[in-house]
Design a protein around this ligand. Structure first.
Ligand SMILES: Nc1ncnc2c1ncn2[C@@H]1O[C@H](COP(=O)(O)OP(=O)(O)OP(=O)(O)O)[C@@H](O)[C@H]1O
Length: 204
């Protein structure tokens, strides 16, 4: 097995990555879109690796790095991922190289990942600790309303997301949670202001 290259800790400490998590439908994409529009040169969004097939309109390197199962597993062996998991028969992961390259360009890498990935990043043996932000819905009822009004999912998928949301919320309240900041997305402008302040500071 080829040796894993040293992690560029200097760049990652100068441009500390931000891990944003929270139940599906909480508003992560909405808030990040606004942040990237306000600061077009400051951030890089971490593009994950996946073994799933590209969907129509998806481009390799933009939505995902599309790789074969063998290549994915080889990268796992080389300890090339900060976090990885399987969902419905496909592998997904964030490679160390992807995150490093963003920091080396002088940008703050934003990782939008789910609970199991957050745990892996927080417990990674040699990856420098990122900053962790949890975006919470005001309540489970409001989350359900948002998921339904987004109208992108079928009933079964909505119920699955709500179940997963419960687990995410319980984890966020537990002692094990690594979050440095919890923002409740009740009023979008208020939540954006808090997220912005956590990420770029009050003076930006
Ligand atoms: N503060 C808010 N008040 C009302 N609606 C909101 C608020 N924030 C986001 N929404 C709406 O909630 C829905 C879900 O938001 P979004 O798609 O950004 O969630 P997400 O956390 O990125 O979900 P996923 O993880 O599934 O991508 C969207 O329709 C969005 O417009």
């Amino acid at each position: 097995m080829p040796p894993t290259k040293d992690i560029d800790t200097a760049a990652l400490k100068a441009y500390t990555p931000i891990v944003i998590s929270g139940p599906s439908g909480t508003g992560k994409s909405t808030i990040l879109k606004r942040l990237f529009e306000e600061f077009p040169d400051k951030f890089g969004f971490s593009v994950s690796h996946t073994t799933r097939q590209p969907r129509t309109g998806e481009e390799n390197g933009r939505e995902y790095h599309f790789v074969s199962k063998d290549d994915f597993l080889a990268l796992v062996d080389q300890k090339g991922f900060i976090e990885h998991a399987s969902f419905s028969g496909n592998h997904y992961g964030t490679s160390i190289k992807t995150v490093e390259e963003i920091a080396e360009k002088g940008r703050i890498c934003i990782l939008d990942i789910e609970m199991e990935g957050v745990k892996q990043v927080a417990n990674h043996p040699n990856f420098p600790r990122p900053r962790f932000l949890f975006l919470s819905p005001p309540s489970m009822e409001i989350l359900e309303t948002r998921l339904r009004s987004r109208a992108t999912d079928k009933e079964e998928a909505i119920l699955k997301r709500l179940n997963q949301a419960k687990a995410e919320m319980e984890f966020a309240k537990s002692k094990e949670a690594p979050h440095d900041k919890v923002v409740v997305n009740d009023d979008l402008d208020k939540a954006y202001k808090e997220v912005r302040e956590f990420i770029v500071g009050a003076d930006a």
